[in-house]
Each structure stands twice: as C-alpha cells, then as structure tokens.
Design a protein around this ligand. Structure first.
Ligand code: HEM
Length: 553
C-alpha cells in the first residue's frame, strides 16, 4: 500500500467512524479495522526502513521472510483480535476500579513475585476498599477495610457464603472438607463440626483441664533447655497439635514421636502451597503445571503421604469404637455416616479424611504461629513482658496455674494477647469467597461468581480503628482507666457465616498457653541477635525460625 492510499484509507475510516448514525457494532468493526491498518502500516514502515539501511540485508530478509509474512500477518490478526476482545472485556464490564490488566497475564506485573502481599495493600490504598484485579484473564475483587467486610459478610451473609472453584483445591481436596467446600454439603459439615466441638467441651471445664495438662507438658519440656538457646517451634507446635489431636483422634502424642512430626511436616508443606507463587501458577495453568516440577509437586506428594496416616486412624476407630460412647470427632463422624440419610450432605469416609485435614491444618499452624509471634514480641518489647509478668504475679502468683476465669482480672495481659493477634496478623487473606448473585459493596458492583479476596490484614491495620496501626501497642485494647477495651473491628477470626469455627478453642489455647509460659519463664534474646519481624509465606504466616532463651522464674 502506498503512503497516499494509506492516508486515503485512514481518512475514509475516520470519517465513517465519526458518523453519529453508526451502530455500536459497526463502530467496533471500524475501530478494529483501524487498529489493523495501523499495525500493518507500522510493520511495513519498519521493514521499509530496514531495507533503506541495507539493500543486501533487505533482499536476504525478503527471501527468508517472504513465506513467513503470511504467518506473521495471521499472528498479527490474532493478536489484534485478542487485544480488542481484552479491551472490550476490561472496559465494558462495570467492575470496580483497579490497575489496567495486560492480556493473558492480567495484573501479574502489578502484583509481582517478590512482595505480592505488599502489592495488594498498595493497590487497595490507590483504588479504594473494593477494587478489581486480574489474575490472568480472570477478574477478581479485592476487599479491604472493616466497613466493607461488615457490609459483605454480615449484612449480606447469605450472598457471600460460598468459596469459588480453584484447580488447586480440586487437586488437593476435590472441593470437600470444611474450609474450601460450598453449598449444602459445607453447611451440613460445618454444623456437624461445630456441634461436635461443643460436645467435647469447647468453652467448658473439661477441655480447659486438657489444655492445662498440655501447658504443663510444654513448660516442663522448655525447662529441660536450662535457659540455653533453643528454637521453640517444635515444642509449641507439638503442644498445640496435641489439643486438636485430643479432640479429633482422642489421644495426644509424645513430643518426640516421629510420626507426629512427619504429619506436621506434610501438613506444613501443603499449607504453604495455596498462597505461594507455585500455587498461583498452578491455578493459572493447571495442565501445564501438573507436568512441570516445582514446590507444588512436593505439596501434592505430602498430601498423598499424609492420607495413609489418617486412613489408619479411621480404620482403628472403626474397629474400636463404641457407638454409645463416642470418644472424639472421628467416632462421632462414623456414627453420622451410618445415621445420615441425606446423601448430598456427603457424610462419607473420604470426606471425613478431608475434614480431619482441615481441622488439623486450621487448628495447628494458626494457634502455634500466634504463640511463636507472642514469644518473639515479648523479647522484642521486654517492657511489655515485664508488665504482663507483674500482673500475673499479683493476680495468680506462682502457686497455681492460670485459669480461664482469671481473664477478667488480667486486663493488661488480655490486651497484650489481642495486640499480639492484631499485630502478628497471621491470616493475611481469608480463603476467597464469591457472591451467589450480583450485588454491591460500598456502592461498587460485585458480579455473581467473581472471586472475592478479603484482605484481612487491612482490617487489623485499619487506620480508622487503631491509633498506631503499624506499631505493637497493647493500648489499642485498653481504655483510659487501664480496663480491657473490646473492639468490634478486631476480627482475626473473620466475620459472618464462614468465620472460624475454632475461635473459642483458639482463644482458650492462646490465653492458657501464653499466661502459663509468662508465669514460668522470662524469655530473652541471644546476645547480639538481630530479630526479624518478617513473616513466612503460608496460609497462616509465622515468624521465621528464631532462637530464644527461656530463663525459669
Ligand atoms: C489463632 C488461631 C486461629 C485463627 C487466627 C483462625 C482464623 C481463621 C480465619 C480467618 C478463617 C477464615 C474465615 C473466613 O473464610 O472468613 C478460619 C477458618 C477456619 N478455621 Fe480458624 N483460626 C484459628 C484457629 C482455629 C482452630 C483451633 C480451628 C479448629 C477447630 C480452626 C478451624 C477452622 C476451620 C475449619 C475453618 C474453615 C471454616 C469455613 O470455611 O466454614 N481454626 N480460621
């Protein structure tokens, strides 16, 4: 095409495009043609210039590229088609504002790989509490701030109960269990789990005594370190895992039991996956990623290795159980499998295994990570540790263990536990939700079925709720008279119908373990130690491994 004819064509297109009588479809077609013409002009210009630079080069190129140009033209056509479709999808969908996504990769560049969580926070700061992000070519809504959480998950509780589909969840649990299931099956499984936890004494004295016994085992084990440096990770993890183990399996493990540690290792490996870059890549390209090596394969293998342990526990329970005297969650579940006639509730042995994984996964890492953060904060802020110890000494003394009833007389200690949870902020994102019909939050559209990612971190660091959101400051939970101050916006267990069913249990564990440790030991850093407050990347983020000295008091 000569430059004259190209100009003429552009003029015709421009004139026609401006004609007000044209339909939207015709305009779209012409804009498409215009883009085609523009790109083909650019390509020709580039090739022509190349030939001006070197005649020989041009003849070689034209010989080599001649047949290729057809393919090139076709590829350009495809790219333009994709681009136009992408622009149409992004611009005409009425979604909340957000950074402009690229075709195919979406906002991968905005999110990046080095600090995805920081990137989400920056996006929320720029675009507001309800914004749109593209993970690949799929839009999703980023939800931040206490007010939007409340509007979505409490005021519209029935609309936001379901979890969206993810290839990773399908691969790991077939959408079963408690955490990532949806609909009628989830409702029945959750109702049953809550009733069973209550039956075995969550919130009652029987369970309190069981936790107090574990507090003694934990303190005695730490005592054996004789004030020398040690990594508290295994002791704390074992103690917490034993509480959920008592409720689910009906027994505790010894701290040096090999299988117990193997189970924790497998759980840990597979809990890191959903929030890691490997998990993101798998959700984006499941077929490709299932053929490639990587950490996702380690996590899949861990799940396969974990299953036989659980199946063995279930087999033993089936052999030994007495239906009139259920000992634990598995016994009750086996009874429910026989009793329940509702096939859609899916009370099956397969589902039992996934529910056990969820209870263990959700109930172990979360509480033990919070307790490890607690120890780290106590050595980082020794003046807070001192105040906690002096309050415990005054109210309880050294002659008896702390009890749940002591809570009201320990306002400072109770405020410190809340601040530990707020500042540690172990669950950056709650598992995603989706709306079961079109709705709005903060006046912005949330279409049915679109993935909603609730950034819980933003609520616990909400500037409107906390005077110094980025500092460790127990005063956030104390009034001017030093009394404990309850805050509605303190929601580390989330809110609404999917909020954590283990909240009561976790609160008991945190209070009893923390006060017992503070009563028995003073925690000190190692000489010259640099303490990092950086969290690990996992579903529940813990501190990086650290050494500590526990000096008996
Ligand atoms: C400090 C400890 C804990 C924290 C901070 C925590 C926090 C959370 C959060 C934020 C959620 C997501 C809720 C949502 O989707 O909106 C959740 C879900 C869940 N938690 Fe916890 N949790 C803790 C301990 C526990 C314990 C001890 C258990 C065991 C009983 C447990 C069992 C679960 C289960 C089964 C779910 C899934 C609920 C559902 O999807 O319906 N959690 N937890």
């Amino acid at each position: 095409m000569t430059s004259k004819s190209r100009r003429a064509r552009r003029e015709v297109i421009a004139t026609t495009f401006n004609a007000s009588s044209l339909s939207a479809f015709t305009r779209l077609r012409f804009s498409f043609e215009w883009v085609c013409a523009y790109i083909s002009t650019a390509v020709h210009f580039f090739i022509n210039n190349q030939s001006a630079l070197s005649v020989n080069m041009a003849s070689v190129l034209s010989q080599l590229m001649g047949p290729w140009m057809d393919v090139q033209g076709f590829l350009i056509f495809l790219c333009v088609l994709l681009l136009v479709k992408h622009l149409r999808d992004v611009l005409i969908n009425n979604m909340p504002p957000g950074p402009f996504p690229l075709p195919l990769v979406g906002n991968f560049i905005n999110i990046g790989f080095s600090d995805p969580l920081g990137a989400f926070q920056r996006i929320a700061e720029r675009y507001g509490d309800v914004s749109t992000l593209y993970l690949g070519n799929k839009p999703c809504i980023l939800l931040t701030g206490y007010e939007s959480f409340k509007e979505a998950f409490v005021e519209q509780a029935d609309i936001f109960t379901d979890r969206p589909y993810f290839p990773l969840v399908d691969k790991l649990s077939k959408g079963k269990g408690l955490i990532m299931s949806s609909g009628h099956m989830w409702r029945q499984q959750r109702r049953f789990a809550l009733a069973t936890l209550k039956y075995f004494g969550v919130g009652k004295k029987t369970l309190e005594n069981f936790i107090l016994q574990e507090c003694r085992f934990l303190c005695d084990s730490i005592q054996t370190e004789r004030g020398l440096p040690f990594n508290p990770q295994h002791f704390v993890m074992d103690a917490v895992a034993n509480i959920i183990s008592g409720l689910v399996f009906g027994h505790r493990f010894e701290y040096d039991e090999h299988n117990f540690h193997l189970m924790q290792k497998y759980l840990d490996e597979f809990l890191q996956l959903p929030i890691s870059n490997w998990g993101r890549l798998y959700n984006q390209f499941p077929t490709l990623m299932s053929m490639l090596p990587g950490k996702h394969q380690t996590a899949f293998a861990s799940m396969s290795k974990l299953k036989p342990y659980l199946q063995e526990e279930i087999r033993k329970h089936k052999e030994e159980r007495d239906p009139s005297n259920p000992r634990d969650y598995i016994d009750c579940y086996l009874e429910e499998i026989e009793r329940c006639k509702d096939s859609e509730a899916e009370f099956t042995e397969d589902n039992l295994m996934y529910c056990v994984v969820d209870l263990f996964g959700a109930g172990t890492e979360t509480t033990s990570n919070t307790l490890r953060w607690a120890l780290l904060f106590m050595i980082k802020y020794p003046e807070v540790q001192e105040k906690v110890q002096s309050e415990i000494d005054q109210v309880i003394g050294q002659s008896r263990q702390p009890l749940m009833d002591d809570r009201t007389n320990l306002p400072y200690t109770y405020a410190v536990i809340h601040e530990i949870q707020r500042f540690a902020n172990i669950i950056t994102f709650t598992p995603p939700r989706m709306a079961n019909k079109d709705t709005t939050v903060g006046g912005r559209l949330i279409p049915k079925g679109v993935v909603v990612m609730p950034l819980l971190k933003s609520v616990l660091q909400d500037k409107n709720e906390y005077s110094t959101p980025y500092e460790f400051n127990p005063a956030h939970f104390l009034d001017e008279n030093g009394k404990f101050l309850k805050k509605d916006s303190f929601i580390p267990f989330s809110i609404g119908k999917r909020m954590c069913p283990g909240e009561q249990l976790a609160r008991m564990e945190l209070f009893l373990f923390f006060t017992s440790l503070m009563q028995r030991f003073t925690f000190l850093p190692l000489e010259g130690q640099m303490l990092s407050l950086k969290g690990t990347i996992s579903v529940s983020s813990g501190p990086e491994p650290f050494q500590i000295c526990a000096v008996p008091r």
